[in-house]
Design a protein around this ligand. Structure first.
Ligand code: ADP
Ligand code: MG
Length: 689
């Protein structure tokens, strides 16, 4: 519906002009189309038409009668009240308006008037009255036609009445020009109304519409507009997927020698789930189209060996494989870990981050087979020799658009994305809708769930004893301090102070300090010492949050636990309980809000990441958790991923069906236009090379 009438700047609509247009701009209305899509936040029901004799206090009514008396009252506090008595033949009703002096020039004796408002009892006179009601004077054009009124979010300089009439005139101007772009078959199958009917009825609903459906935005009119958004969204995501599967990628066909050698050296056998997902990944890599797969498995489920298996398969076929981690520390750890897992195998492993960049030549010449690093891996100056597989670890903030951009960056490697965060279905269909999916749904044998408890600050001393016992029985300890962006220095100070304190309390143990601001050499040194057991207590900021793996660490103390989100707490706790020995996690909260209480309760009660994510969604809603905003998909203005789940499923089915039939919208030029408008500034990701 990208036609010139809808794009008309709102100021050219009759009766608006530049001044009002400037005010409208503040609420996002610049064109006629913006006005049509500026939906009511709720509705006022004026269908309760009553005779004056039958009204009761508390009721919202509409009354029609004649003005029989107009009085202006000035109170001692200099308040002006216009009081009007209305009669409809069955009784008298007093209406009062405060500080709206101009009304006395508008009302006249005997005039016919309609009043809309809530009735209340005036305790002084014990008669009924109605305060600041909406009114309409004869001739009743508006209220004859519309007895359910839209209520809009306002801004300074515009009244509800003005905005209602602006939107009404935008509708009457534009409705004839609105083109129906949804194919008829789809409209018939979904039983949704025409777009122009839907738009009109969202603003000015037919009088038989349920007020509850309106206020919950679940009328067929709201559904039609939500469906459009979800459908256009799915068309984009699915065409990305189709576009990818029609691209030529690498068909990896390894004999499996490297993988076999690796598995023989592993000190444990793979879980059934690990074996299954490795099979899924290898068979996907064999296909001639680029792989784009999400590997999901809870914290500690053993995703790393799965990634290594995939990387070895790429390497055996003569390609390079890269593993991208979200932090330097994690990259360093993966590097050391994978180095030791693959010791003795005839391959070269290097690290590349912004601080470790000595191996650029080995990477570009192809000497390096496996490259482990951070975002530095996708920077332009880094040239690979023959990159065949990219593994992205713990990176659930990488959205559909970023992934498409990565592919457009020039290489077309297979991609495996690993995450510990379970993804609800609605998001799996949107932000991750272009991905295939593998799940590790089993933990390695012998894992004992981590015992979690809350200790109040006044009992802090107990913690020192627990630390001592843990170390004496051969374990190691993390003590985590929060890091808040606004006051990084302050938090660093608290970690540093904690470190000094613990050193004083435990002079016989080695205490280490780790934070993100340290020079990498020193950081590596500390991690190495902690891994080897030389350091017994590691005081750290959340730099250990993701992926750090020291199986002998069995106690985790989280200070200011109230400041962490649920996913973060789960990740942090996942640093312990990685070996055979039972582990403990102690939460030390200081100030508890209601929400923080819910979070801590969830983390104490559940060990299962899926349960925890479910609780998190209940507390915060899914959008927050999975960063729909950062994902790069266009904003949804009307649809709501939680409320509109079933619409989303239908939209997906319809989009798939249509694209299978006609991927370039040859038969649907109007739909094509709507599609391009919806994805406007992101169209380049759909242009296949
Ligand atoms: P995550 O899925 O959280 O990334 P990791 O890959 O870091 O988990 O694995 C967690 C720990 O479990 C590591 O110490 C790893 O060596 C170990 N591990 C992985 N798979 C198994 C297995 N099948 N049996 C026993 N231990 C395993
Ligand atoms: Mg991991």
């Amino acid at each position: 519906m990208a036609n010139s009438h809808l794009k008309l700047p709102i100021q050219y609509l009759r009766g608006i002009g530049p001044k009002k247009a400037n005010i409208l701009k503040k609420i996002g209305i610049q064109t006629v189309k913006d006005a049509l899509y500026y939906f009511p936040s709720h509705y006022e029901d004026r269908r309760n038409k009553k005779d004056i004799f039958e009204i009761k206090p508390g009721e919202f009514v509409s009354i029609t009668g004649n003005i029989v008396q107009i009085t202006e009252i000035k109170t001692k506090t200099n308040l002006s009240i216009i009081e009007v008595v209305v009669s409809d033949g069955t009784g008298y009703l007093k209406a009062k308006w405060f500080n709206q002096n101009y009304l006395k020039k508008i009302f006249r004796q005997k005039q016919k008037i309609k009043l809309f408002g809530r009735v209340q009892l005036d305790h002084w006179s014990s008669s009924l009255e109605i305060l600041n009601p909406d009114y309409e004077l004869e001739p009743f054009s508006f209220s004859e036609n519309y007895d359910i009124l839209p209520i809009y979010r306002l801004t300074e300089g515009i009244t509800q009445k003005q905005l209602q009439s602006i939107i009404l005139s935008a509708l009457s101007y534009a409705l004839p020009f609105i083109e129906e772009y949804l194919p008829t078959e789809i409209r018939q199958r979904t039983k949704l109304p025409l777009l122009n009917e839907a738009l009109k009825s969202i603003h000015f609903p037919p009088s038989n519409t349920e007020i509850r459906d309106l206020n919950e935005k679940t009328t067929i009119y709201h559904k039609r507009v939500s469906f459009d958004e979800l459908f256009l969204l799915q068309l984009g995501i699915i065409s990305l997927k189709f576009g990818r599967t029609s691209q030529k990628g690498i068909s990896f066909n390894p004999e499996g020698k490297l993988l076999k050698a690796f598995l023989q050296k592993l000190p444990f056998s793979l879980t059934k789930a690990q074996q299954r997902v490795i099979k899924e990944i290898l068979s996907d890599m064999k296909k001639p189209t680029p792989m784009n797969r999400l590997l999901q498995g809870d914290v500690g489920s053993g995703k790393t060996v799965v990634a290594v298996a995939a990387m070895l398969s790429a390497v055996e076929c003569g390609y390079q494989a890269a593993l991208m981690a979200p932090t330097e520390i994690l990259a360093e750890q993966h590097y050391l870990n994978i180095l030791s897992l693959l010791k003795g195998l005839p391959i070269n492993i290097v690290i590349h981050t912004s601080t470790h960049n000595k191996y650029i030549n080995l990477i570009s010449s192809g000497v390096a087979n496996i490259i482990i690093g951070t975002h530095a891996l996708i920077e332009e100056n880094l040239k690979f020799y023959r990159l065949g597989l990219v593994v992205i670890d713990e990176q659930h903030r990488f959205g559909v658009i970023q992934r498409a951009m990565l592919r457009k960056k020039g290489f077309n490697p297979d991609t495996l994305i690993m995450t510990a965060t379970p993804i609800p279905r609605t998001l799996a269909l949107t932000v991750y809708g272009d991905l295939d999916y593998s799940l590790i749904d089993e933990m390695p044998k012998g894992r004992v769930p981590v015992l979690t408890e809350i200790i109040e600050p006044e009992n802090k001393k107990i913690i020192y004893k627990i630390i001592q016992e843990e170390i004496n029985s051969g374990g190691q300890v993390y003590v985590v301090y929060p890091l808040i962006e606004e006051s990084e220095n302050l938090d660093l100070k608290s970690a540093t102070q904690g470190y000094e304190g613990l050193r004083r309390i435990f002079p016989n143990y080695r205490v280490g300090l780790l934070h993100g601001k340290m020079p990498p050499k020193q950081r590596e040194q500390i991690m190495k010492q902690f891994r080897s057991g030389e350091i017994q207590i590691l005081v750290c900021t959340t730099v250990v949050e993701v992926g750090v793996d020291v199986p002998n660490a069995t106690l985790m103390i989280i200070t200011h636990a109230e400041r962490f989100g649920l996913a973060q707490l789960h990740q942090l706790r996942g640093r312990v309980g990685r070996g055979q020995r039972p582990s403990k996690c102690i939460l030390l909260p200081y100030k508890l809000t209601e929400e923080a209480k819910l979070r801590l309760k969830a983390i104490v009660n559940y060990n299962d990441g899926f349960k925890i994510a479910e609780e998190d969604m209940k507390i915060r809603g899914p959008g927050e958790i999975f960063g729909v905003k950062q994902s790069g998909i266009p904003d949804l203005k009307v649809a709501d991923l939680l409320r509109d789940q079933s619409l989303l499923e239908i939209a997906k089915t319809e989009a798939e069906f249509l694209l299978r039939k006609d991927i370039s919208f040859k038969e649907y030029p109007k739909l094509k236009e709507a599609f391009e408008e919806f994805w406007a500034d992101r169209m380049e990701i759909f242009m296949t090379a």
